[in-house]
Write a protein that binds this ligand. Structure first.
Ligand code: ARG
Length: 467
């Protein structure tokens, strides 16, 4: 007896701190989700109004009770929106907070709202509605980012810059062409978003705890009222599925990876060594100690946000991977991951759209860099194939000697006198100088999807018609 008492006492002391009051406090802390799922209040109330309306239509509750419930729910909605709602942690989550307040407002009729449903289908509904809205927002934001790139591409369809492989100048391209590469990337992200909206467009409500219900509910009616294409087809899957959240996170992770690559390019381009772009003051900061500095902080933070988004994706995949069907409380951990990733993604797209629109492009620096590093060597080789009939391998060899000579003289290919070039290969004529400039090089790359200004304009027209 005495031993028992001592045991309880010592373990109580071990709880300590905020858990000094014992198991109840620990359970409340680990169990409550209201701290984050209150974000779902509007979806929760919308879902409950649709559910109550259907219950009355089916004769499961009276029209009178339904009117009281709907009125009460609308009152709660305005209370929350105006900040006059007291959320309680003892009531665990958004669903029970709303229901408890409804009971205070309308009395016993409130108890009829939870007929033929469970918190399992309720939370699946609320969260799906939230993710669907977030996907729609993401789609719009990506459209804005694509529009920013289209404008810059149009403005710079002719501006020559170095194209890189291995971050080594490879062949001249246009800045417009480079911008259009991002249009393709964010265009793919947007079509992934559209597919995800189609995938999740099924209403979970009415799956109840996991097995459906004996009440004569009409799930097609609630699906329609809530803007879903149709109801889900399997009640077990419905309450245990979080694919829609994982799809959102994987789309966010891929888009985040694209945004991060763009961020990295902006960081590189805005260094004094490159000097291709100058960021507006709005998206950079000065150094507190080195007055000459202008740091691309916003781009660096976009690059970093990608890490958080990836973390959220891995977290939710890991939360779900061991769960038996159907609902387990583990799934409550889904929301924070998605909310955090959504916030990061929105911020990253907004910052990048702003940076792309605002940055000053230094076309002179780009052009000078495009001409350095013998970037038109391939054009010389192609000229030898086309005009002098050399096999490409021989042309490659001749070009290599020309590059070596230019290197030893410390000049560009276009600066080598004709006599020097003819000493390397007698069939070279002064016509070769037409292809040795960077402008001629890009203008010649007219293959479909190539960097010639005419092709870049074709790509822009394609996307303008789809944006
Ligand atoms: N707060 C819970 C969640 O987010 C709601 C569902 C609770 N269901 C249950 N059977 N305990 O997952």
């Amino acid at each position: 007896m005495a031993d028992d008492t001592t045991d309880t006492k010592s373990s109580n002391q071990m709880w300590g701190g905020r858990f000094a009051s014992g198991p109840d406090a620990i359970m409340e802390e680990i169990n409550a989700s209201i701290g984050f799922d209150k974000k779902l209040f509007a979806q929760d109330i919308r879902g409950s109004i649709a559910h109550a309306t259907m219950l009355a239509h089916q004769g499961i509750i009276s029209a009178d009770d339904k009117d009281k419930i709907v009125h009460g729910l609308n009152t709660i909605l305005s209370e929350i929106e105006s900040g006059n709602f007291e959320f309680s942690r003892q009531l665990e989550d958004i669903h029970m907070n709303v229901e408890a307040r409804l009971a205070t407002l309308i009395g016993p009729a409130a108890g009829r709202l939870h007929t033929a449903r469970s918190r399992n289908d309720q939370v699946a509904l609320d969260f799906r509605l939230w993710v669907k809205e977030e996907l729609q927002k993401t789609e719009q934001m990506l459209t804005g980012l694509i529009a920013a790139f289209l404008d810059r591409a149009e403005e710079h369809a002719e501006s020559v810059m170095p194209g890189f492989t291995h971050l080594q100048a490879a062949q001249p391209v246009t800045f417009g062409h480079h911008c259009m590469a991002y249009v393709e990337m964010f265009g793919r992200d947007r079509s992934r978003v559209r597919h995800a909206i189609e995938h999740l467009d099924e209403s979970p409500i009415g799956a109840a705890a996991l097995a459906g219900t004996g009440y004569p509910i009409d799930r097609h009616m609630t699906a329609k009222a809530l803007g879903f294409r149709e109801p889900t087809r399997n009640s077990i899957d419905t309450v245990s599925d979080r694919d829609f959240a994982i799809e959102f996170l994987s789309i966010a992770a891929i888009a985040g990876m694209h945004l991060s690559r763009l961020a990295e390019e902006i960081v590189i381009w805005s260094t004094p060594q490159f000097g291709f772009v100058r960021l507006s003051d709005a998206f950079s900061t000065g150094s507190s100690i080195m007055p000459q500095k202008k740091n691309p902080d916003a781009a660096e933070l976009v690059r970093a946000k990608t890490g958080r988004i990836n973390g959220s994706l891995v977290a939710l995949l890991t939360i779900m991977k061991g769960l038996p069907l159907a609902y387990s409380k583990d799934m409550q951990e889904d929301k924070e991951q998605v909310f955090d990733a959504a916030e990061s993604l929105e911020l990253a797209i907004a910052a990048m759209t702003g940076m792309v629109r605002d940055m000053t492009v230094n076309t002179a620096r780009m052009k000078a860099a495009a001409g350095s590093g013998y970037s038109t060597a391939t054009d010389l080789a192609d000229w030898l194939v086309r005009e002098a009939g050399l096999p490409f391998r021989d042309a490659h060899h001749v070009t290599g000697r020309a590059v070596a000579l230019a290197e030893s003289k410390g000049c560009d290919l276009a600066e080598l006198p004709l006599s020097d070039l003819q000493a390397i290969h007698p069939d070279i004529t002064d016509k070769v100088y037409d292809v040795l400039t960077v402008e001629a090089s890009v203008a010649s790359r007219k293959s479909f999807g190539g960097t010639a200004p005419s092709e870049v304009r074709r790509q822009i027209a394609f996307w303008r018609a789809r944006n």
